[in-house]
Design a protein around this ligand. Structure first.
Ligand code: PMP
Length: 403
């Protein structure tokens, strides 16, 4: 069980008022707030040991390098990767997926090859593949949805053929809050000898991630959605794939030797980490994952699940309520009558309640659902049932205003 009252004290931002009302922050799927320990960790870098990593012989550089590599170890443990060098630091999920599209695509994919994605992907797991399609002539195949807004696994099985080279799906939908059966999806792909990339942006904060159990070939997530700072993220890749792939960015750190005639590349993970990394962000990401570990990801998941189920129950009582999909995670997307999501969001905002409205970077999914957007409430470890009640009251008030 989480002690939410105590947890809230660790998040200074939650103490503030918005328009004179206590802040009710229900936009966690967009980004989470940060505990003091994470804020302190980043400050500590700049106040006590800031120096560029890896290249320095001097004391500060060594301290910074050790702290950064310790954070890589923390990430490895957190996601159950076999090796620390399978953990590549990126700017976030978006960059991680672009890295795979560019490097895996550049190395292994050619015209006529097929990549499978799903109908519920975030734009960051659609557009990089379209860009690759435009460059190389690959074909995208789309896993459709069932009537219940889950992935149609039977249809997925039928998408495979001898040209299928990669499957890229999201673990948890950022719109529907639905968890996809990624283990089954990976198993099916592997039975065709096809590797799988999992977009873990919405699962890492809420589900125990274990690469040994999942057997994903690639796994991408963003630090900022799991209580860490913005601008830092992770690409996990199996050693065999990362070793075989061409680099993504070129520059310092990713090389072994450079001459005008020939460059040889560094070993993993540095081959994919050109330039000065965001070591302060990496160190703070390590702290954020330690914070999650200290509370217990299972406890966090159970708490968020309870809040989501409670929210669904309460929301369903509101006249004209339409909830999309069957959320089983930490987010719920809905519309009420004919109220435009932006109007609903604005009214809730004036009550101090932060929700996200719009297409949630999933326009193809909105097209399938036949709607321009939704209102999304999403939960984190520090949210409470009272906040769900405030949301429900706010929606009822908006409904009355528009009646
Ligand atoms: N995939 C999913 C499912 C997401 O929810 C998000 C963020 N909304 C992303 C990818 C992109 O994450 P980022 O903007 O941190 O790169």
């Amino acid at each position: 069980m989480l002690n939410t009252e105590e947890i809230r004290k660790e998040f200074p931002i939650l103490e503030q008022k918005v328009y004179g009302k206590p802040l009710v922050y229900l936009d966690n799927a967009a980004t989470t707030q940060k505990p003091q320990s994470v804020i302190d960790a980043q400050n500590e870098v700049y106040t006590t040991f800031n120096a560029n990593v890896h290249r320095g012989i001097h004391h500060l550089s060594q301290v910074a390098t050790e702290a950064m590599e310790q954070a890589r170890h923390t990430v490895r443990e957190f996601i159950g990767a076999a090796h620390s060098h399978e953990v590549v630091f990126t700017r976030g999920t978006t960059e991680s997926i672009n890295l795979v599209a560019s490097s895996f695509g550049g190395t292994f994919l050619k015209s006529g090859d097929e990549v499978i994605i799903s109908a519920m992907e975030h734009h960051s797991n659609i557009v990089p593949w379209q860009m690759l399609r435009d460059r190389t002539g690959i074909t995208l195949r789309i896993i459709p949805l069932t009537a219940e807004c889950t992935l149609d696994i039977d249809a997925y099985k039928k998408l495979f053929n001898e040209r299928t080279r990669l499957v890229c799906v999201t673990h948890v939908s950022n719109v529907l809050g639905v968890t996809n059966p990624v283990k089954e999806i990976i198993g099916i792909a592997h039975s065709h000898n096809v590797p799988v990339l999992i977009d873990g942006a919405q699962s890492t904060p809420h589900i125990k991630i274990d690469m040994q159990e999942l057997d994903a070939d690639f796994f991408a997530f963003s630090g900022h959605k799991v209580y860490a700072p913005t601008g830092i993220g992770v690409l996990y890749g199996k050693e065999k794939w990362l070793n075989a792939m061409q680099p993504y960015h070129g520059g310092g750190e990713m090389i072994k030797s450079v001459s005008f005639e020939k460059t040889t590349y560094n070993t993993l993970p540095y081959k994919f980490e050109a330039g000065t990394p965001d070591y302060a962000g990496i160190i703070a990401l390590g702290k954020a994952l330690e914070w999650v570990k200290s509370k217990g990801i299972e406890n966090i998941a159970a708490h968020e699940h309870m809040l989501t189920q409670y929210a669904v129950e309460q929301l369903q009582k509101i006249e004209g309520m339409r909830i999309f999909g069957k959320p089983d995670g930490a987010a719920v997307s809905f519309l009420v009558g004919n109220i435009h999501p932006a109007d609903m969001g604005t009214i809730l905002d004036h009550l101090g309640i932060a929700v996200r409205t719009g297409h949630h970077c999933a326009q193809p999914l909105m097209g399938i659902l036949g709607i321009p957007g939704t209102v999304r409430a999403s939960f984190a470890a520090y949210n409470t049932k009272e906040e769900v009640d405030a949301l429900v009251k706010g929606i009822e008030r908006a409904s009355r205003m528009f009646a």
